[in-house]
Design a protein around this ligand. Structure first.
Ligand code: GLV
Ligand code: GLV
Length: 325
């Protein structure tokens, strides 16, 4: 019996080949860089056995209902799976594959790039060169804080959080704090990171770096109150999910100088409209969700997604399966 598989976007061709050359699969693909309209997705899922999707596809109860009882496996080309109704998957015995580990290095690298870019004001400075604002070498111009002797607070010391801390050490960061659901003594000892309550982390960090996944507990975790607790010189970095941040509160905090700057790779919505107030601020860098965007990483992610799907269809252990609890 052939299994019907839908790939919801143009993805690295190796992944498509893995699935389309398998005698098990009958593959259809939305061969575009633009998302499948939700209505199109709904019309293509009935009878499907496997769905290869992206973080920008909303896989909700309606999609699962439309797919019907054949659907065995969903493979998302992402480490985050907040776009998928996991409770509903569990109820229906649909297995879920994702892409941890293979994107840790790339995402940690981009996170470090955002720390450097914000603290050394790279985008602001480069803009001055283009606009003619660079008049001469000025001792007091474009000065930032830099990383040496700083305290970095990591919210969520998971795979990516740890990789960020490792990469930051050689820059002379003095102290690492972290918070999360529970202390992680093994990882933390290796990094020399200290477990503290969130309010302490906010009050003492020069950089507050969001590295946790989006859950009901972390949604809008960064609102007015959190920014008020931070230092006026602090920089806020988010490379996880935009929904953890109340963007109006962030805008006010940046505008009023409650915090110094922000570097965001994720926003709500995505894309962020070009007239969004955050984009009018010099002290806010916004990137278009490119944390995992290296050629090698996207290739690895898509191969892993295809392998997850093949394993799931054959009732075998997946290389990377979300444990639905
Ligand atoms: C990216 O945001 C991912 O979840 O992989
Ligand atoms: C800077 O360019 C210096 O020479 O100090």
């Amino acid at each position: 019996a052939r299994f019907s598989v839908l790939i919801t976007r143009r993805v690295p061709p190796k992944a498509v080949r893995i699935l389309s050359t398998s005698p098990l699969c009958e593959v259809q693909q939305w061969d575009s860089d633009d998302p499948m309209p939700h209505a199109e997705l709904l019309s293509r899922v009935p009878g499907l056995h496997a769905l290869f999707c992206l973080l920008s596809d909303r896989i909700d109860e309606e999609v699962l209902d439309a797919a019907g009882p054949n659907l065995k496996v969903i493979g998302t080309l992402s480490v985050g799976y907040d776009h998928i109704a996991v409770e509903e998957c569990k109820k229906r015995n649909i297995r879920l594959g994702y892409t941890p580990d293979v994107l840790t290095d790339a995402t940690a690298e981009l996170t470090v790039a955002l720390l450097l870019a914000t603290t050394r004001r790279l985008f602001e400075a480069a803009m001055e060169v283009k606009s003619g604002g660079w008049s001469t070498w000025k001792p007091l111009w474009m000065c930032g804080q830099g990383l040496p002797n700083s305290t970095v607070g990591i919210v969520g010391l998971g795979r990516i959080g740890c990789a960020v801390a490792e990469r930051l050490k050689p820059f002379g960061v003095e102290r690492f704090l972290y918070c999360g659901r529970q202390p992680k003594p093994e990882k933390a000892d290796r990094l020399g990171a200290h477990f503290v309550p969130l309010p302490t982390l906010l009050a003492e960090s020069d950089f507050v770096v969001l590295c946790c996944s989006l859950t009901p507990e972390t949604r809008e975790m960064f609102a007015e109150d959190a920014f008020r607790k931070m230092k006026n010189s602090a920089i806020f970095i988010n490379t996880s999910r935009g929904a953890m941040v109340d963007q109006d509160a962030l805008y006010s905090a940046l505008q009023e100088g409650q915090i110094a700057a922000a570097g965001l790779d994720v926003t709500t919505p995505e894309p962020l409209p070009t007239d969004h107030p955050l984009l009018s601020l010099k002290n806010c860098v916004v990137l278009p969700h490119i944390g995992s965007a290296t050629v090698a990483t996207r290739t690895s992610m898509s191969i892993l997604t295809a392998e997850n799907i093949l394993a799931g269809l054959q009732d075998q252990p997946m290389p990377a399966e979300v444990v639905l609890q």
